[in-house]
Design a protein around this ligand. Structure first.
Ligand SMILES: *Cc1c(COP(=O)(O)O)cnc(C)c1O
Length: 419
């Protein structure tokens, strides 16, 4: 073998060598293959219908049991009508960031409605829950401050904590004693902020808000809660968990979404006038992004009206959840520590959770597998969420399918009950 001499040939060798360096897409394909091998690769499914108790997913009619559409409002005629009317009047896009040119009247009306629901001084609508959490945390905490964060907080809270560059102290899930220890150790912080989901999105359990508020008073900390899964589910007229516990006024920052029980899209922060004015000036995910489209604000406003005028929706949600919970528990499923309509069917390994999802899908029931990193390793699950829109026969079919597939994958004992 001889070394190539002429410059043209050297270039050709270099080019060939370069070809052997993996291109970005090859590296990414490798990473995806690795995820696939560990049953952690995720894929999008196509839904051809509105979000409701029944849906057509990847071409098959299924009972949809994994949406956050708790009150079955996403396709409610009143929301459609309100959105359509706003669309006709204001058009589609907000046109700009709200501080520049886009603070449309339907959004202001929605903020006034949210204040009434939450008995709050002021409200600010954001583009989404993710943006609301990012914006509030980065505005309220900075280097020199300390944030105390439940270990199972939603990813948007975790990301907000990181982006704030404050010291982040993660306490064990719902463990007020651990929180107290961390507060004890953080005396030097300029500002202390305790942040938690009100209802934990993947477990359905509730944060110990009474204890958290008490600790906050004792340690001169502020409290921020995320009521994404509490609004429309807990509290008088669906006003949330803090309201149910009579703690609304003692929690400085309350975040909620318009995208779950309320069936629309977007999110909000409620609190004092000072908090909201401060966020208008300092929350980057509010300032540097386009305002919520007016049709969505109008739909969310209509959702608040339906929630107030049709309280039976909340009652149906809870009775459906109670039915599903007792049937699944009787069949031997482990439902974790749920205290809400979010029912985690604990499976363990990601591959098993996928097998359960697939078996259910083949039987006309859709509930996607929840796997790491959304939940801790070894705690893969199906997260079942009945809504106000399901009827008993649909839930019965879902239970039968779960029992059948659950027994096949040896998650629960076989049963002779299936008739
Ligand atoms: C869904 C969710 C969010 C994000 O809300 P989006 O409006 O969907 O962005 C934030 N926090 C919690 C706890 C959630 O479950």
């Amino acid at each position: 073998m001889s070394e190539p001499q002429d410059p043209g040939e050297v270039d050709a060798v270099r080019r060939r060598a370069k070809l052997h360096m993996p291109a970005l897409k090859d590296e990414l394909s490798g990473a995806l293959d690795e995820l696939e091998a560990r049953f952690l690769r995720r894929r999008l499914r196509t839904v051809e219908t509105a979000c409701g108790p029944l849906a057509r997913v990847d071409g098959q009619d299924v009972i949809l049991l994994c949406s956050n559409n708790y009150l079955d409002l996403a396709n409610h005629p009143a929301l459609r009508l309100a959105a359509t009317a706003a669309l006709e009047r204001y058009g589609v896009g907000a046109g700009a960031s709200r501080l520049i040119a886009g603070s449309l009247e339907p959004v202001h009306r929605l903020e006034r409605s949210l204040c009434r629901l939450k008995k709050a001084e002021a409200a600010l609508v954001f583009g989404s829950g993710y943006l609301a959490n990012l914006g509030a945390l980065t505005a309220l905490a900075a280097p020199g401050d300390a944030i105390f964060s439940d270990e199972l907080n939603h990813a948007s809270l975790i990301d907000g904590c990181r982006l704030s560059r404050a010291a982040v102290k993660v306490y064990r899930h719902c463990d007020a004693d651990h929180l107290r220890t961390l507060l004890d150790e953080a005396g030097g912080a300029r500002r202390r902020l305790i942040v938690t989901d009100a209802i934990f999105s993947m477990d359905g359990d509730r944060a110990p808000l009474e204890q958290i508020v008490e600790l906050a008073r004792r340690y001169d900390a502020a409290v921020m809660i995320d009521e994404a899964h509490a609004v429309g589910v807990f509290g008088p007229h669906g006003s949330g968990l803090a309201a149910e516990l009579g703690l609304g006024e003692q929690i400085e920052v309350r975040v909620g979404t318009l995208s779950k029980a309320l069936g629309a899209y977007g999110a909000y922060v409620v609190g004092s006038r000072a908090l909201i004015d401060f966020l208008v000036n300092r929350a980057r995910s509010f300032i540097y992004t386009t305002g919520l489209p007016p049709a969505l604000a109008a739909a969310a406003n209509a959702a608040l009206e339906v929630m107030a005028s049709e309280p039976e929706r909340i009652a149906r949600l809870w009775s459906n959840a109670a039915y599903l919970r007792s049937e699944l528990a009787a069949a031997g499923f482990d439902l974790g520590r749920s205290a809400s309509p979010i029912l985690p069917v604990m499976v363990g390994e990601a591959g098993c959770a996928l097998a359960l999802t697939q078996g259910l899908y083949e039987r006309g029931v859709f509930a996607g597998a929840i796997r790491p990193p959304t939940v801790p390793a070894g705690s893969a699950r199906l997260r079942l969420t009945p809504t106000a829109g399901h009827d008993r026969s649909q839930l019965r079919r879902a239970v039968d399918a779960l029992v059948e597939v659950g027994a096949q994958i040896k998650l629960v004992p076989p049963t002779s009950r299936i008739a």
